[in-house]
Design a protein around this ligand. Sequence first.
Ligand SMILES: [Zn+2]
Length: 437
Amino acid sequence: MAADDLERETTDVLRELVRFKTVNPPGDERPAIEFLAGYLSQAGFRTELLADDEDRPNLVADLGGIHDGEPTLCYLGHVDTVLADPSEWDHDPWSAEVIDGVLWGRGALDMKSQVAAEAVAGATLARGGWTPRNGGLKLVFVSDEETGGAIGADWLTSEHPDRVRCDMLLNEGAGDVFEWAGSRRYGVCCAEKGIFRFKLTARGVAGHASLPRTGENALLKLAPALQRIADASPTFDLTEAPAALLAGLGADPNDPAQALELIARVDPRLLVLFEPMLGVTLTPTMAHASDKINVIPSQAYLKVDCRVPPGLGEEAARRRIGDVLGDAASDLEIEFTEMVTGNSSPLDTPLMDAIDRWVRANDPGAETVPMILPGFSDSRWFREQFPECTAYGFFPQRHMTLLQTAPLVHSANERIDVRDLGFAAACYSDLARELLG
Ligand SMILES: [Zn+2]
């Protein structure tokens, strides 16, 4: 199929998807999932809806036989989105207007665009009579990613492993181009950080706020801890994926401080995005003290969103917390409220080679570079459930760069250059043909 046709069809499918309001919560993904099921079954896929909650099903669509010993390539995507406040947008978040070649709407980047490109790649291959000669192509479109996947990918991989087992998986996480010292780089997300959120509690003695020296103000005891977090300099825990990122940028992974200086010199805006990939981060986000303005609090807490590099766990989090807080923590209780270890996929794989070859062929002079997602995606459920599965995040965009797209995700005025929809659909189509014959 010609590149123009792929772009047009992917744009049409994305416009349909944006118009389904799938803000999670509540999600209400069924109409969007049914639309995709209809679109793919018409093209020749076998489709099945699997649901824990009937209003919020997941779609599994297969092309070709799934046989033992032959590879299964899976394209994954979530159809739910975060909320949007139309008063903050220049164009309605759910009308999917295309203005000067740019499609506006919630989900235009995260990640209805990738869902559309994956669906159109699969559908055009199937309509053209192509079936995998070796193995099978699977499209899996899920609900409920934005609040953790409890009835989406987490549920699907644990309750229906035989329906979604795969050897190679492409999902969200990276792929937007960035300029690096005169050349162009496309990130391939190979790993995701873990979450070790914790609560710091200070205790004191209540008193009347008109007499500040009565009682013992618990809120004031949190101040030194907050200040230490604000003043902390970045840390490094170089596991395989961060080391590969630094090496890919031409920096010395054994000297991360110097590597950060190099990134800052090349483009300080990239430092903001790359630095959190390298170590444990602590971000205070919530606090609570007295329930009454005139009562000195006997108890106060601070909640900190702590992210830990892939493969590392509670010990790394505790070490970092101890280093940052020092004696400011001696009076405080620390309690972890959420603990999820981040996971990763190997870097040296046939899937990585195929992506790298595709990038070099379709954007001459460009290269791929491994990336780590500071956040969290559905890939982690697949890696956990299917240890043999290589899962990467890759949605190639060349007309809008990483520096343009990153601030728009989960934000107002989310939008995509429609040329990138055709670019990504061509990528998924080419990779399926190359990897499955
Ligand atoms: Zn997403």
